[in-house]
Ligand binder design. Structure first.
Ligand code: NAX
Length: 327
């Protein structure tokens, strides 16, 4: 039978980890004929809880699950890893400034990047879920100089899925009919959910939407959905975030449909005026195991804003495009 794919999941004892691991073990990420070996990385205080999750994974008797290891050692967690899902991060606590948050996450993602550099498999693919995801992806990538930069991605698929679902509901169409939606920017309130290229059942979607609905309900509704989930559930999005991570990795490995694209934050190659190397969400397709940014979309305001005045952050580029897109 096939050699198992080694999948490392950090923050494995957290709520996203709990929703994610069982779907990976069931073959929903890499396919129902691909055996997987799971590596669960946690901080020492949470290792026992991760071991409990590993016991439950055993009890699932998943035919594709070739083994589960739990560790608090960063180096061994990534040794031979083919796929890394970096979920564990330091949330912003009370009184914590942005600088404190960056420093705390630097302390997590720099060593993880270095461990990937040192021991991961040649085909390593990394998805950062832990916030601030774009920045954390950049930190990890900078510490793995021999890995192609585009193997480090950050997740905007949850925002993408939220946008697709909201459009489908608004139009009374099945989600499978909605395509070519883009999340520009990053997973934060500054993101720009873009429907200018979107299709419903293959036809342009824009003529069927009211501009006020897009500006006043759709865009803020997608950007603030995370807060609405926290308000309703008393906890942040978990199963939907895990589902988006599965979608992201599945598309990366298996490819996107020929007539659609998805949204992924990855190091910019200068496309659309976003400064080189900045981790930013773009419309992308996947084929042969690689992402490719969809080029040449007619979003003049966006590209003009970026190329004439390079901005320090992709969030700024996206925000600027949002301001001008409807003006
Ligand atoms: P939890 O607090 O339930 O779990 C996080 C887990 O990470 C904990 O078990 C903790 O012990 C572990 N951890 C912390 N530091 C670690 C380290 N250095 N190595 C290994 N494990 C470590 O959070 P959860 O709800 O699972 O969310 C995880 C992350 O996802 C958060 O940063 C959250 O902000 C982020 N999210 C990102 C989303 C996105 O779309 N990009 C959406 C959902 C979510 O908010």
């Amino acid at each position: 039978s096939a050699t198992p794919v080694t999948v490392t999941v950090t923050g494995a004892a957290g709520q996203i980890g709990y929703a994610l691991l069982f779907r990976i073990a069931a073959g929903e990420m890499l396919g129902r004929d691909v055996p997987v070996r799971l590596r669960l990385l946690e901080i020492p205080q949470a290792v026992k809880a991760a071991e409990g999750t590993a016991m439950e994974l055993d009890d699932g008797a998943f035919p594709l699950l070739a083994g589960v290891e739990v560790t608090d050692d960063v180096k061994s967690a990534f040794d031979g890893a083919n796929i890394a899902l970096l979920v564990g991060a330091r949330p912003r606590g009370p009184g914590m400034e942005r600088g404190d948050l960056l420093e705390a996450n630097g302390g997590i993602f720099a060593p993880q990047g270095a461990a990937i550099e040192a021991g991961a498999a040649d085909d390593i693919r990394v998805l950062v879920v832990g916030n601030p995801a774009n920045t954390n992806a950049l930190i990890a990538q900078k510490h793995a100089p021999s890995v192609p930069p585009e193997r480090f991605t950050a997740m905007t698929r949850l925002d993408h899925n939220r946008a697709v679902s909201r459009l489908a509901r608004h139009l009374g169409a099945p989600v499978s009919d909605v395509s070519r939606v883009t999340i520009w920017g990053n997973h934060s309130a500054t993101q720009y959910p873009d429907v200018s290229q979107a299709l419903v059942a293959g036809e342009p979607l824009l003529p069927r939407l009211d501009r006020a609905w897009i500006e006043d309900e759709f865009i803020p509704g997608v950007a603030k959905r995370g807060a609405a989930i926290i308000e309703a559930r008393g906890a942040s999005s978990a199963a939907s975030a895990a589902s988006a991570a599965i979608d992201h990795m599945r598309d990366w490995v298996s490819g996107t449909p020929s007539d659609d694209w998805t949204s992924v934050a990855l190091p910019s190659d200068g496309s659309y005026g976003v400064p080189d190397g900045l981790v930013c969400s773009f419309p992308v397709t996947a084929a042969g195991g690689s992402w490719r940014i969809v080029e040449g979309l007619d979003i003049d305001a966006f590209s003009r804003a970026g190329s004439t005045r390079p901005s320090p952050s992709c969030a700024r580029s996206a925000r600027r495009s949002r301001r001008s897109a409807w003006s």
